[in-house]
Design a protein around this ligand. Structure first.
Ligand SMILES: *Cc1c(COP(=O)(O)O)cnc(C)c1O
Length: 435
């Protein structure tokens, strides 16, 4: 198989013209979100104060393909199609007969897959007359992606950034501000939810759940202000399917096909993006494994409960049926690898529940070790989140070394780690430990 190319660069015409919607292909329908107070099913009208109708419709659509607006596709052209690169040097270093490919989503201006949905969300808000968006961000990947999307479509953006990250990771705040967004540490005194938490626990490091409560509270205060979520929801995974669709097209061109598709999971969007376009073929009998990877310190899919839970700490969001560690879960501060959300996408949760996807968890030391091994062979330094997928790809490649089977491994390189070098510094200096 050594005649396969090192990298596949598709052309602009290969940027998908439609996103793939997995909802009509699921083995059973998703259970509806429930209203946070009445606990009845949530309808479009309940979501209208938070999201534009265009996105609400996508959330429940049963159309298999949803056209990508030209305005969004035009922005995608800045960095899409992203390359599908074969990790030949790493294969040799690992002495594996496996073929390892990664889809390099680090190519976007924000350095991750997140602009794929940020740009689309900004667009749908803009065409419905929204003036300003609010959102939360952890280490700042989502905030920076949305800051860019909002800038491109002329929207204001208020970002609530988890306090511990705001203090420890200044560079993405600078990136957000460079693209014109306003950023405050969360909990903040801009909202009731924030003020209450500051009063009760003034030293809290903050959490995504708290920041979501703040962003939602602010969005509910005006008609032309809406809220935006960077993962978990169906429309977010929908927008991310450009990753898997492009990967399939690239594999067609080189006449190869993955035996397994691997992605790290925080809320499930980059893994869904690369894996969902393969679900239909899997359900039709194709032998392909879809592997979700998470940290042992936030083991939502591997150790969470499958039940209805809130998306935020204050219980303001609709309840979603998903794997969850409980909406008041806050991961240990010594965890450096991201992927800290307490819940997971209902789509991914259902597919794991039904045995169509599998999930595994790794400790942070082995994850950084794999990432450094990858970087020394291939050059690119993965984001700590991405490093979880790198670790799983490595484990599978080493299994192939044992068995002699030349499997084809695809993993999503969800983002680069050049703004997370502080975490690598901790690891290289021996200051990281397993949590
Ligand atoms: C945000 C992020 C993730 C985790 O979010 P998902 O919605 O699960 O994809 C993973 N990798 C990178 C680089 C990220 O920025």
């Amino acid at each position: 198989m050594s005649e396969k190319p090192k990298a596949v660069y598709l052309g602009e015409n290969d940027i998908p013209r439609a996103w793939y919607n997995v909802l009509p292909d699921l083995p059973r329908p998703l259970d509806p979100p429930l209203h946070p107070v009445t606990k009845g099913p949530v309808g479009p009208d309940d979501l209208a104060p938070l999201f534009p109708m265009g996105l609400i419709q996508q959330e429940v659509s049963l159309e298999r393909y949803i056209e990508i607006p030209e305005e969004v596709r035009d922005v995608y052209k800045i960095w899409r199609p992203t390359p599908l690169i074969r990790a030949t040097r790493w294969e040799r270093a690992l002495q594996t007969p496996a073929r390892i490919y990664y889809k390099y989503e680090g190519a976007s201006p924000a350095g991750s897959h997140k602009p794929n949905t940020a740009v689309a969300q900004a667009y749908y808000n803009k065409v419905e007359g929204v003036r300003k968006l609010t959102t939360e961000t952890g280490a700042g990947q989502w905030g920076s992606a949305l800051a860019m999307g909002c800038r491109f479509f002329g929207l204001e953006l208020q970002v609530f950034m988890v306090r511990s990250s705001y203090a420890q990771k200044p560079y993405r705040r600078v990136l957000m501000e460079t693209w014109g967004a306003k950023v405050v540490p969360s909990p903040s005194d801009l909202t009731q939810a924030g003020r209450k938490i500051l009063e009760d626990s003034p030293d809290t490091p903050g959490s995504l759940g708290i920041a979501i409560s703040e962003a939602i509270e602010m969005a509910l205060q005006a008609d032309d202000v809406k809220y935006s979520l960077g993962s978990v929801l169906n429309h977010v995974l929908l927008h991310q399917t450009v990753i898997g669709l492009e990967a399939k097209r690239a594999f067609e061109l080189i006449d190869d096909y993955p035996d397994m598709v691997i992605g790290c999971v925080g809320g499930g969007s980059n893994f869904g993006g690369i894996a969902l376009p393969f679900v239909k073929e899997k359900l039709e009998g194709r032998d392909i494994r879809l592997i979700a990877v998470e940290p042992t310190s936030c083991p939502t899919l591997t150790r969470g409960r499958y039940e209805y839970d809130y998306g935020d700490i204050a219980g303001m969001t609709p309840l979603l049926l998903m794997y969850t560690l409980g909406h008041d879960f806050i991961p240990p501060a010594s965890h450096a690898g991201g992927l800290r959300y307490h819940g997971d996408s209902p789509i991914i949760s259902l597919l794991v529940r039904e045995g169509i996807m599998e999930a595994r968890a790794y400790n942070q030391l082995e994850v950084f070790e794999a990432a450094v091994d990858f970087a020394r062979a291939e050059g690119f330094v993965p984001a700590p989140e991405t490093a979880h997928a790198v670790k799983a790809a490595m484990e599978e490649a080493l299994k192939c070394r044992e068995s002699g089977e030349p499997r084809c491994i695809l993993f999503n390189f969800s983002g680069h780690g050049y703004l997370d070098l502080a975490a690598y510094d901790e690891y290289l200096a021996g200051r990281l430990s397993d949590v």
